[in-house]
Design a protein. Structure first.
Length: 347
């Protein structure tokens, strides 16, 4: 009884502190996965550490993992999940009496700690729960895709992202597009001898900004961002190539937006749809505050892990910024909230 009591009082602030001292920007998740696997095994969980392949484009040979921790025997009824990777650059951990600061405190290492603490409290109360921490969410959901091939039979999945401790009723999808224009190089004093790829691309992008994007009443509008543009060689050279990266946040079917993009680029640029994460609607729980996640998550890639919910401490508005922070009070509240939601789902 003493051992179970000690395990049920995992300190989520202390665990967040430890996790945030381990750099784990995407493609470098190996060490934090090793730490979590050893930490959870030491607290009596049955732990599995599964390799996640590095993409060729990363140029990195370091191992990285998904970490699953579950009951010693049988399947879990509910699994908590979030991601171990963070966006660059690494920001060292600091804290004061009220808040923690640094890369990952809200997205998503504080969430890892809150979920682990909630899972231990639930386990001590006799519930069958598990934990799934994945690699690669910030880039391509590689870890979630790998995990979806080996589900554990859970009925529910509570995925963690910064939602200010509110349940998300929907999560926007994402459509990533690469546009490439080709031209003919020439001296800029004689433009008639060349064909500017940059000029073509500018026309396409102007058309994209004029697309009438869909709106879903209880979720909001789709949005389009031209995130990167590159091309040409010098101001006095007609550009023979140009490229842009565009991201559309989806609130429904991507088909009409795909058609509009292809129409805008027709005759001017090649279109490559490099990534799509679908828009999803999510379960709410009566009496608990809700929100709409305007960002994407691993939820669509974990479809075999049970009915999904999306919930976590921290604000998405400071995630991915130099000001990333998480209030300790909010982290502790998340532990209680995770446990409350799990009990209501499993009762």
């Amino acid at each position: 009884m003493k051992e179970n009591s000690e395990r049920a009082t995992l300190d989520p602030v202390a665990l967040t502190r430890e996790l945030c001292t381990i750099e784990s920007t995407t493609y470098h998740e190996g060490p934090v996965g090793d730490f979590l696997a050893e930490f959870l095994a030491g607290r009596g969980w049955r732990v599995e550490k599964s390799p996640v392949a590095q993409p060729a484009e990363s140029g990195i040979a370091e191992p990285r993992w998904n970490v699953y921790a579950g009951p010693a025997d049988g399947k879990p009824d509910l699994v908590f999940s979030t991601h171990m990777d963070t966006v660059p650059p690494y920001i060292p951990f600091t804290e004061d009496a009220e808040c923690m600061y640094g890369r990952g405190v809200s997205d998503a290492k504080g969430i890892i700690a809150a979920q682990a603490a909630a899972a231990e409290a639930l386990r001590a109360a006799g519930f069958r729960v598990g934990l799934l921490f994945v690699s690669g969410e910030e880039r391509d959901s590689a870890g979630a895709k790998a995990a979806n091939l080996a589900p554990k039979g859970s009925r529910f999945l509570i995925n963690g992202e910064p939602t200010d401790n509110r349940l998300a009723i929907a999560s926007k999808g994402a459509l990533r597009v690469c546009l490439k224009a080709r031209g003919k190089m020439a001296h800029s004093a004689y433009p008639e001898l060349g064909e500017s790829a940059v000029h073509k691309l500018v026309q396409v992008l102007d058309r994209l900004l004029k697309i009438d994007l869909p709106v879903t009443d209880d979720v909001g509008p789709s949005t389009l961002n031209i995130g990167q543009i590159q091309g040409g060689h010098a101001p006095n050279v007609i550009a023979d190539k140009a490229e842009a990266q565009v991201l559309v946040r989806l609130v429904g079917d991507s088909a009409p937006i795909r058609a509009a993009i292809l129409d805008a680029a027709a005759g001017l640029a090649e279109v490559d749809f490099t990534l799509e994460i679908p828009f999803v609607r999510l379960r709410a729980v009566e009496g608990l505050p809700t929100m709409v996640a305007k960002f994407t998550t691993d939820v669509p890639q974990l479809s075999n892990w049970g009915e999904p919910l999306l919930l976590g401490p921290g604000s998405i508005h400071v995630a991915h910024t130099p000001q990333e922070k998480l209030a300790k009070k909010e982290l502790l509240a998340a532990v209680e909230l995770y446990a409350q939601v799990a009990k209501r789902l499993l009762s």
